[in-house]
Design a protein around this ligand. Structure first.
Ligand SMILES: [Zn+2]
Length: 279
């Protein structure tokens, strides 16, 4: 009886759930796209509105169109499971076709010299800037960042990068986004094999700067923690607990709750699972 009532309650919640808080208006997006078209006229760029973003690419117009469809797919699935709020500012998604146009574009339009060969999110420039040549994995990764910024600005860096990295090789499974094991696996397994991997507690309590400067592969570690939760059907539950918990922003209390043991005990479980993965 209890369960049925609960199911009914959830049913009602599902029905009355409001859609994502809309980001920039249609008019603002159209105006931004028109301004970019004017600025970039004759330079080989295609500019498309793909709410809540504007997509700019130097590949063929058809290819840029395909990238925009990919953005639409990722946005739909991310909003469905995680994000009730769209970024409220217009974010330009710059897709450069190779390493050299990426570097040149980053310099020309943002006066940046990128430290990553793939791409990055610049909150101050309201832009995702990336080299789309190696594939769309960077695009699905980067889209997560402005959504986390809009919905969970105090969230830990490990979760921001872990979730983004989880979706570098996304597919759709039962109407949800699903991250498949990817090229970051050897980074994780190498740390476990040579015993240089820090505890989960250390990863999760690391500060933002320490995460980005970590002497270990913090991206791979964070990514596979998210994948563990996903593969065991607990990622969305974890995310809800994490965002609701105002006392423990590291996520350790939420992790302990969803895996049913304390984080120190979970280290061994996680590592055993990680070593069983194959690409
Ligand atoms: Zn990232």
């Amino acid at each position: 009886m209890q369960a049925r009532v609960l199911a009914l309650v959830f049913g009602v919640v599902a029905v009355i759930a409001t859609p994502a808080v809309a980001g920039p208006s249609k008019e603002d997006l159209a105006a931004r796209a028109a301004a970019l078209q004017k600025q970039l006229a004759g330079q080989g760029y295609t500019v498309l509105v793909e709410p809540p973003f504007v997509v700019i690419g130097d590949e063929s117009p058809k290819k840029v169109q395909q990238r925009a469809s990919f953005v639409r797919w990722i946005v739909k699935l991310l909003e469905k499971d995680y994000f009730s709020k769209q970024p409220d500012k217009i974010i330009d998604v710059w897709l450069f076709r190779n390493q050299s146009t990426y570097k040149r574009g980053a310099k020309k339009f943002f006066d940046d010299e990128p430290t990553t060969p793939y791409g990055y999110y610049s909150s101050e420039d309201s832009a995702l800037i990336m080299n789309i040549g190696p594939g769309a994995g960077t695009l699905s990764h980067e889209i997560v960042h402005p959504y986390i910024e809009a919905n969970f600005p105090d969230g830990p860096a490990w979760f921001n990068e872990g979730l983004a990295s989880l979706y570098e090789q996304p597919r759709e499974k039962d109407g949800h986004m699903w991250g498949t094991t990817n090229w970051r696996l050897p980074g994780l397994q190498g740390m476990i094999k040579n015993k240089s991997i820090p505890s989960l507690s250390k990863l999760m309590s690391t500060t933002r700067d320490a995460f980005y400067d970590a002497p270990y592969d913090s991206y791979a570690y964070a990514r596979f923690l998210c994948q563990y939760l996903q593969d065991h059907g607990k990622l969305i539950e974890f995310y809800k607990k994490l965002t609701a918990d105002k006392k423990d922003l590291t996520g350790q209390a939420s992790l302990a709750a969803v895996v049913g043991m304390d984080v120190a005990a979970f280290d061994a479980v996680f590592q055993k699972w990680a070593m069983s993965l194959r690409r």
